[in-house]
Design a protein around this ligand. Structure first.
Ligand code: 13P
Ligand code: SF4
Length: 377
């Protein structure tokens, strides 16, 4: 198995150990894996806590002590200070945030180190340094940097040190309000869509937003454009959520009259405009679960959550994927029950694999940025 391509240079340097799944953990039956995971979990008892993001597979998330979106899971971390091992069934940036938010005696483990996030990889620390420097050269002042939690710890540290914060899709609007109380402009990264959708919902028109391309000199913009803008959106996106289109919405409305369409704010702006509602994964779950029995929903987010809504979380409603084949996050999918079993059985024997450790020189500013995030709701 190749681990390297999905990891940024930063990630590669800071992962304490990289090891492929041992062969004896391949080809096991579901029943055997279930039984062995349950047994290892029971042996570890209170020493272990398993966190699961909503996009995880059913075979994995069923073992999570806590499930949630990025914000809920980040808040959950502080609730179990007695746990020695935090196994994060999610992606790399989530485990990094957990490492920063936990106590020094706690170890955060990502079952498969190749579970990265392509959006987080779209913002590298040197690109952000260059952007910040070029904004100053362009005479652009009063910028508050806000990074989506889907970013590397080094990006969060940069933002924290410069008076900015981290946000999640749950508190993005409150975060922008917080940022505009502190400056005239917001540099929002790495997801241009979450930034645009949130700012537009708050009343900022599209012509007061520009897109900063980190691969172009001065972001590909001229100083006047940036001076006029209130939102400077980083040119990044989620490869899963940008697959939803307005054509999907038109088609599903035709096929299912009366359907309500709800999408995650990582989808493009025109898709949010054509939908009936938008919000974080936790918001999507609450909205559908609280809707009248018999309602029909088309959901624009990762397919594992959509399927779980249909089968478990919102029974008595019809829940469909907005994209007919379902959009899957391939990096979330990398966390398999086989990896979980390996990690847990090794922990029972006192061996820690795939620990995620944020370097000490980044920890304090990352912590500042994450604490700000947790205080904004
Ligand atoms: P939330 O968990 O904040 O809804 O974000 C979705 C996502 O894409 C996580 O990577
Ligand atoms: Fe990253 Fe998108 Fe997957 Fe979330 S769904 S982990 S943003 S690639």
């Amino acid at each position: 198995m190749t681990l390297i391509p999905l990891l940024t240079e930063f990630e590669k340097e800071n992962i304490s150990e990289r090891q492929a799944l041992p062969e004896k953990y391949l080809g096991l039956s579901d029943a055997e894996m279930d039984a062995r995971i349950s047994s290892a979990r029971a042996k570890l008892g209170k020493k272990l806590v398993i966190l699961g993001h909503h996009y995880q597979r059913d075979e994995v998330i069923k073992f999570a002590d806590y499930t949630g979106d990025s914000f809920k899971l980040a808040r959950q971390i502080a609730q179990r200070p007695e746990a020695e091992y935090i196994v994060f069934c999610g992606v790399h940036f989530m485990a990094e945030s957990a490492d920063v938010l936990t106590e020094p005696h706690q170890k955060v483990i990502l079952p498969d180190l190749a579970a990265g996030c392509s959006m987080a990889d779209m913002a590298a620390p040197d690109q952000l340094e260059t952007c910040w420097h070029e904004l100053t050269q362009m005479g652009v002042n009063g910028v508050v940097p806000v990074t989506y939690i889907n970013s590397a710890a080094s990006i969060k540290a940069f933002v924290g040190e410069r008076g900015g914060t981290v946000c999640t899709s749950s508190n993005a609007a409150a975060t922008l309000k917080w940022a505009f109380e502190r400056g005239e402009k917001v540099l929002f990264l790495p997801d241009q869509h979450l930034g645009r959708n949130t700012a537009y919902k708050m009343g900022i028109p599209l012509d007061e937003m520009v897109v900063w391309d980190p691969n172009e000199i001065y972001g590909g913009l001229d100083p006047d454009e940036v001076t006029r803008a209130r939102m400077i959106l980083w040119k990044g996106h989620c490869s899963v959520h940008t697959r939803f289109t307005v054509q999907h919405i038109d088609a599903i409305r035709k096929k299912h009259p009366g359907v309500r369409v709800i999408v995650h704010p990582e989808v493009p702006w025109d898709v949010v405009q054509a939908a009936d509602d938008s919000g974080s994964t936790e918001y999507i779950i609450k909205t559908i679960a609280n809707s009248p029995a018999g309602s029909i929903w088309a959901v624009g987010t990762e397919v594992h959550l959509v399927n779980r809504l249909a089968t478990e979380l919102a029974p008595d409603r019809t829940v469909l994927s907005l994209e007919p084949f379902g959009c899957l996050c391939s990096t979330m999918f990398r966390v398999s029950p086989n990896h979980l079993l390996w990690i847990l059985e090794e922990l029972v024997d006192g061996r820690v694999h795939n620990q995620i450790v944020v370097p000490d020189d980044q920890k304090s500013w990352t912590r500042v940025a994450l604490d700000r995030m947790l205080s904004i709701q």
